[in-house]
Design a protein around this ligand. Structure first.
Ligand code: FUB
Length: 339
């Protein structure tokens, strides 16, 4: 029982000092935590890292995950429960390999698990699976979501009830291969536009009422500097790499993401869920490990960031999820976290 290895419940405030920044579970490796509060309980939808012996490369072949486990806890600092296998690669009819960072949503009595996986042609697509329980088991649809591409789905429901999916990641996430609107597998996997060209933007689309398909064509999100210019491809400290997340605070949209090869978490703000988003700065310094991948969630009036590093293994592909408090300045700016 994975729950046995979890931290012991303690009153929230004393727990936070001791508990924050420690791996949430220690008997499996977990990464890419997408956290949500459903019915007052905190659910975390992470990747489940495993050792497969694949050599490490810039294409991410060593991230060859095969299933998902969902974690939950009743409060930050509380006991963490691992609910076991919620979806297995072998039960996704169209899937080839590599179950990467998932996300989840709830609507009208159904939970939706969104997941990126390479199809049988080795092209990343996004799939959806449903369950009546937030912890699964989830049943995958027969085909990927039409028009979906690349990796790292992040699903955001706005205050007006409309739901959007952000997606994309460059290099091994293949987003740079979609620049013409069609998949172009002829380019080297890690190729980005020239340094002086606009960077490749993440994608967004509104979900239809059934939560299983897009209601509109997928569009590119612009991340711009203070002068309204799209960040350049050579601006590695600021440009989008992968791991999008969206939250709204005081009526403003906060688009947060990983800068990948420069290892920061950065944020950009806007007045529409479609962007453009104006780059504001970084809010997490590099963690131990190559990537970090985060989510931001409000729990009982406080904001938290879930993220990962490699504390338990010191191997870039065997990660562990963590949580820390997210603080803001009076103007809504995100405070820098030194993990
Ligand atoms: O876990 C596999 C990939 O690594 C994710 O999709 C990326 O965001 C990065 O964390």
């Amino acid at each position: 029982d994975s729950a046995a290895s979890a931290a012991t419940a303690a009153p929230a405030d004393t727990a936070s000092k001791k508990y924050l920044s420690q791996p949430l579970v220690k008997d499996i490796y977990t990464a890419d935590p997408s956290a949500h509060v459903f019915n007052g309980r905190i659910y975390i939808y992470p990747s489940h890292d495993i050792e497969t012996g694949m050599p490490e490369n810039d294409n991410g072949d060593h991230f060859a995950m095969r299933d998902y486990h969902i974690l939950s806890m009743d409060s930050i600092g509380g006991k963490v429960t691992d609910h076991g296998v919620a979806l297995d690669l072998k039960d996704i009819p169209w899937a080839g390999r590599q179950l990467w960072a998932p996300d989840a949503a709830y609507k009208d009595g159904t939970y939706y698990l969104y997941f990126p996986v390479k199809d049988k042609q080795d092209i990343f697509r996004i799939g959806v699976a449903t369950s009546k329980s937030p912890t699964g088991p989830f049943k995958a649809e027969a085909k990927p979501m039409e028009g979906s591409l690349s990796i790292d789905p992040a699903v955001f429901t706005d205050t007006d009830g409309k739901t959007y999916m952000y997606m994309g990641g460059i290099w091994g996430g293949q987003l740079q291969r979609w620049r013409t609107g069609k998949y172009d597998g002829s380019k080297p996997k890690e190729q980005e536009p020239a340094a002086t060209e606009p960077s490749v933007g993440p994608r967004v689309a509104r979900l239809g009422a059934d939560m299983k398909q897009f209601a509109e064509p997928v569009r590119e999100v612009k991340i711009v500097d203070k002068d309204g210019k799209v960040l350049l491809s050579g601006d590695n400290n600021r440009r989008f790499f992968e791991g999008a997340w969206m939250h709204k605070y005081n009526g403003k949209y906060y688009f947060t993401y990983s800068t990948g090869d420069t290892h920061f978490l950065a944020y950009a703000t806007g007045t529409s869920p479609y962007g453009p988003f104006t780059y504001q700065g970084t809010f997490m310094n590099p963690v131990q490990g190559w990537t970090t991948h985060h989510s931001i969630v409000e729990v009982k009036g406080k904001w938290y960031i879930f993220y990962h590093d490699t504390q338990l293994s010191n191997k870039t592909w065997l990660r562990n999820v963590k949580v820390a408090e997210l603080k803001r300045g009076a103007d809504g700016s995100l405070a820098l976290i030194n993990p």
